[in-house]
Design a protein around this ligand. Structure first.
Ligand code: TYD
Ligand code: MG
Length: 481
């Protein structure tokens, strides 16, 4: 056996060095280097000469190359959780052998959702193993009793030793595995403490191999750090197939499940849940929920149909513009990109003559939704203009469109589904890119009535949009036409 070798690993980014340093030279964090004894290395080298009992990391059971044509595709092979929101975020259910990393703040509902899924699968006579390293089995049972899903047949074990979990999985060959949480599991032959980078990597690597080998979908629950990343290095996100984040706002009962990485589906997809006394319930009409508390007729409030993944969603963008009292003007945003707002402010000033400099600007997407698509540009700009002019945008109107630097309004994708969603929720007008009109007409061909209750007002540029929304009078705008 080789002499134990001591190395130092950064707990933030996973950087390794032979010499201790006060500050990680990779990520620049102070005091994050922890000593690791690498005894494991030499052992696993020895193991390699023996045929491995596990499948390789890359899911292939065989190490000889084959022609792509002869690869058997396991289609129709997804395991549906029958939880509609979750299945959609996953891209159509769990993939056999796929590992899902589920992150989120403590108390957000990671264990609840996982246990619900476990229960629903067990009801279908699948073998489900739930490894709890955080809660005692009786706590888990108490939670299970509250849920609508029947968790009686879920196999549970309170275990923090990775080796034992491995044994259990190989013994029972479950159809589905939940590890709650990866931060509590540890490989006994590594000296570092549970939750350290080396342990997280080992746990994730081992579990990934196990899952691929057995074709068993796995949920790994992970905690997030203060700044919102899953505790541990980014490396973990690369090792798993899917990374889901559970988000929510303090004091609100709904939760948003977001895919940030998905090898088997879209990453913009979101699922919306409501936490009730008996667990998490999918929200059927999230737009209605996000708009429930909208102050009608208030200046600074604009409804924007955004498309998250495959689904249109109406959100309320709010802006507040007020003269800066002291110090340099500030731009504060929640849910939209700050740089984008800076850009829109410049366009408003330059192309529409709105003197927004010297003002503090706040932009917020109500309900904790994050909007990243440029299709929200026009909505954000109108919200800002609306607050600045202290005039409200018609409460039955939705607004969308990407804005270019000259103030031109550019076409967006999926205009028709956005309009349909707006109509469904009772909106009667849409200020949207003129260049989308023909596309929408083509989409509706043969079904012209589909948008009969909504008036599509195509706009070419910012000036025209501001006038249509009655935020400026003809003479206010200079240089826009
Ligand atoms: P939990 O799933 O334990 O969160 P996590 O595993 O992400 O830390 O969620 C716990 C919270 O959810 C707790 O505040 C109680 C609440 N809750 C309900 O409101 N209804 C329920 O049916 C359950 C099980 C929990
Ligand atoms: Mg938990």
């Amino acid at each position: 056996m080789a002499k134990p070798r001591s190395i130092y690993v950064c707990n933030e980014c996973g950087y390794e060095t032979a010499q201790w340093q006060g500050r990680c030279s990779s990520c620049g964090e102070w005091n994050t280097l922890l000593e690791e004894i690498r005894e494991k290395k030499s052992k696993s080298k020895g193991e390699k000469s023996k045929p491995s009992r596990r499948a390789g990391y890359g899911a292939g059971a065989d190490d000889t190359p084959v022609r792509m044509a002869s690869v058997e595709m396991q289609t129709g092979d997804r395991l549906l959780s029958e939880n509609e929101e979750l299945d959609r975020v996953l891209g159509g259910g769990f993939v056999h052998g796929g590992v899902v990393l589920l992150g989120g703040d403590p108390g957000i509902g990671k264990s609840t959702l996982s246990l619900q899924v476990a229960g629903m699968l067990a009801e279908r006579e699948l073998t489900v193993l739930y490894v709890s390293g955080e809660e005692s089995l009786s706590q888990l049972k108490m939670r299970g009793e509250r849920l609508t899903a029947d968790v009686d047949d879920v196999l549970v074990v309170g275990e923090t030793r990775l080796g034992r979990v491995e044994e259990l999985v190989e013994e029972r060959e479950p159809d589905f595995l939940v590890l709650d949480s990866i931060q509590t599991l540890a490989a006994e032959d590594l000296t570092s403490s549970p939750g350290s980078v080396v342990q997280l990597r080992e746990v994730t690597g081992t579990i990934t191999q196990l899952s691929k080998g057995l074709g068993m979908p796995t949920i790994l629950i992970g905690h997030v750090t203060k700044d919102g990343a899953i505790a541990g290095p980014k490396v973990l996100e690369h090792m798993v197939d899917t990374v889901l984040y559970f988000e929510g706002q303090a004091g609100m009962n709904y939760r948003i499940l977001r895919a940030v990485k998905n090898r088997y589906g879209s990453t913009n997809e979101i699922g919306v849940f409501e936490m009730r006394g008996d667990g998490l319930h999918g929200v059927e009409n999230p737009s209605a929920m996000f708009l429930a508390e909208r102050p009608k007729g208030a200046p600074g409030s604009v409804v924007v149909p955004v498309v998250e993944g495959t689904r249109p969603l109406l959100v309320e963008v709010q802006a507040l513009v007020s003269a800066t009292q002291y110090g340099p003007p500030r731009v504060t945003t929640v849910g939209v990109d700050q740089n984008r707002v800076h850009l829109l402010l410049s366009i408003l000033e330059k192309r529409a003559g709105l003197k927004v400099t010297g003002h503090d600007v706040f932009v917020n997407v109500a309900g904790g939704v994050k909007v990243s698509e440029p299709a929200a540009d026009l909505g954000i700009a109108l919200a800002i203009a609306s607050s600045y002019r202290n005039r409200s945008v018609a409460e039955d109107a939705v607004v969308f469109g990407e804005m270019g630097l000259t103030g031109e309004i550019r076409a967006v994708t999926q205009a028709a589904p956005r309009l349909m969603e707006a109509q469904k929720l009772g909106f009667r007008r849409a200020l949207a890119p003129r260049s989308n009109v023909s596309g929408v007409d083509a989409y509706l061909e043969g079904n012209e009535k589909a948008l009969s209750e909504l008036r599509f007002e195509g706009v070419r540029d910012l000036g025209q949009a501001l006038r249509s929304a009655k935020l400026v009078d003809g003479s206010d705008v200079d240089g826009s036409d």
